[in-house]
Design a protein around this ligand. Sequence first.
Ligand SMILES: Nc1ncnc2c1ncn2[C@@H]1O[C@H](COP(=O)(O)OP(=O)(O)OP(=O)(O)O)[C@@H](O)[C@H]1O
Length: 223
Amino acid sequence: MTILKLSNIQKSFKDGENRINHVLQGIDLTVNQGEFVSITGASGSGKTTLLSILGTLLPPDEGSYILNDQEITTSSADIASIRNKQIGFVFQNHRLMPQYTALENILMPVLASKNSTSAEDEAYAKQLMELTQISKIANQYPGTLSGGEASRVTVCRGLIMKPHLLLADEPTGQLDRENAKNIASLLSEVNKSLGTTILMVTHSDEIAQTANKTLTLQDGKLQ
Ligand SMILES: Nc1ncnc2c1ncn2[C@@H]1O[C@H](COP(=O)(O)OP(=O)(O)OP(=O)(O)O)[C@@H](O)[C@H]1O
């Protein structure tokens, strides 16, 4: 079953000299439910731009985006709810909040969505922490976590809403090689055990190989 379909997605920006930079020049992409897809590409090739469009954070200039049979337009009134309920994010710039424990950080999207968390939510957060092998740091604050542990917390936070689609932007970017490989295998395990569809952007070919399907962004198109 198709979970998302992009057709002819285009996006341009103006650079510092007011010249048009055609970053995405007609992206076609179909992802089936349960797939784990990685997208590699050189720095500046548009990986983050593409992921931001997929995350409904950025509107494309042209093209269509269908998620779960629904046409996505960033101006839709229910876009925040679609984003919160259907899409999980593991983005580098979505840092953990230092004043909350690891467990509280994981539960943050639930709190944002319904202003409270239930015992059931907490139990699921703990289950995710078990899956990602960080149960013992549940009550620690981000400042006291290792890089690998903090990354696992962001993965759990991305999964807490049971999203159909998990978007990961350089989830291993700030980690050393060993930890990076561990996080990539963890995503693979999440994909297999929870069935979550994952789209991961990375500049590392080695990390990209963890996915079932590897695509490359080059000259504004997916190869
Ligand atoms: N808001 C913006 N305004 C102007 N230019 C932008 C904007 N966002 C991105 N760009 C440009 O679009 C191009 C693609 O950027 P993007 O961040 O998507 O690349 P990337 O492949 O993720 O790169 P990296 O691997 O270095 O993170 C770059 O040339 C960047 O300068």
